[in-house]
Write a new protein. Sequence first.
Lengths: 438, 154
Amino acid sequence: MNHAVTLDKEKCKGCTTCIKHCPMGAIRVRNGLAHILDERCIDCGVCIKVCPHKAKKAVCDSLERLSEFEYNIALPAPSLYGQFHNLEDINVVLQGLLDIGFDWLYEVSKGAEIISSVTRQYIVSEKDTPRPLISSACPTVVRLISMRFPKLLPNIITLIAPFEVAAMNARREAALRTGLSADKIGVFFITPCPAKVTAGRYPLLMEKPVVDGVISMAEVYKKILLAMKKIKNPPQLSQSGAMGIGWAHSGGESSALPQKQSISVDGVDNVINILEDLENGVLLQVDFLELNACNQGCVGGCLTVENPYIAQSNIKHLMESLPASSPKMEMGKELLLELRGEKPLQYSPTLKLDDDRAVAMKKFVRIEALTQKLAGLDCGSCGAPSCRALAEDIVLGHASEDDCIFRLREKMQKLTGSSEANEYLPPPFRKREENEEN
Amino acid sequence: MDVMHCTYDIDGDDFTSAGEASGKMKRVLRKIGVDFEIIRRCAICMYEGEINMVIHANGGTADVYVDVDSVKIELKDNGPGIPNLDLAMQEGYSTASEEVRNLGFGAGMGLPNMKRYSDEITIATRLGEGTTVTMMVNFNEKVRRGSFESCGNS
């Protein structure tokens, strides 16, 4: 599995900021560099957001790749519209995309409207699927569930993503219109986050990728902003309504459904909490659960440029002047079949200590004992996010007890037989005074 | 191989922390590769027990013993005891206060769920002294015994 999130080795200072924030405990600092453990990464992008040195980045496709194709189509995610101040007309942004080199575009918000209407059918027809149904729109959430909450896999709505619907429709329509063969047409998704870069390359529910590349919103933003200044009266290019554009922020996907009974949760820690609750058997009296790993939803993606709260307000402003949704499309039963995922979601256990349960238990007992022995400061100096994580790394053979500076210090003290080394202790370890308050 | 033993304190004053111990137990079971359906059953048993201890008994302790093929959950409290165990085992029967019900708990499914999701449950309760609920969940056995006994109900 390749991830879109990678490390710029030149910029990484080997500090421990990212290991502390990673919700999956998937980063270790080794030899001055913060390495991502691929099998644990869910592409949430938190490390990209928190890195003070901008050393974590998403590997996206560049606009230069447009030269590989005869005809290029842009698939802008709706969150793109939230990036511009005082934007009154979406067509300005869309014309901007054409001006920077695309030949045509197909809005992902239109794909989202198709998915919304199919989801309405899905909720009615899939009576036997456990409730609440969980949206599959956020790839980070789907990966998180498949790693940590396998019990909830059957709750996931197995419809493909809005950008995939958009890509298939765009390529089909463009082939008809231009007479070009499908492989001469380049279809590029403009993404707010690295999770969708990975999902574009390694689809969650489809056998093969349907986009030719995924381009970062931040890269497109810079180019488009210049182009937009020259646009006065853009033609009508937008084909989606408020419903599709609302998918850009948390709550938008739910409000496109007639079911009043839905909950929208955003932010990866909040998402983990609600999944824990669900797994514990807490009954949520709802049909639909919209989960977004980023704060405020897709407008909070780490490849966007605007503050997510401002972007959300921009999106809401745009929605006010738009019709509820694009002109009604034919929504037959066939479409529901076509938009269903081709492959099942699979449990990928990453937490298991050993395939043999007895061995795993022995390892667990050792990890527990070792955790007790460690300083408990969770200082990160060993390169692991916590003392417990270090203990686990040691037992699994990926680290040594000497990696802990406090253990090493004790060892040296014993070797030298001197107590002098113990005279200076860092503040967290100095003995509490008898009358100390607090 | 020794049995793995973890003890968790259940804070009786804190509704918001109920479920923490069950969450911790879940992580243990996941780490050793127990089937996720079994983990879910264990988690429900423990979670319901925790909530019960918070609602009725001002907290207590949870001891979890993990063996290679089973888990034993022992929930001990020094609460008021259960006056009528037969009634308490009935679905929907609840003595929880209005306040607790307003918080979304106290639907009378605690003990019935613990019975349903465990393979064996033993409840020892003494009025004014406290209650100990012991539950077993087997990892491998396909057919569940579903035995249920109570003892020491005064």
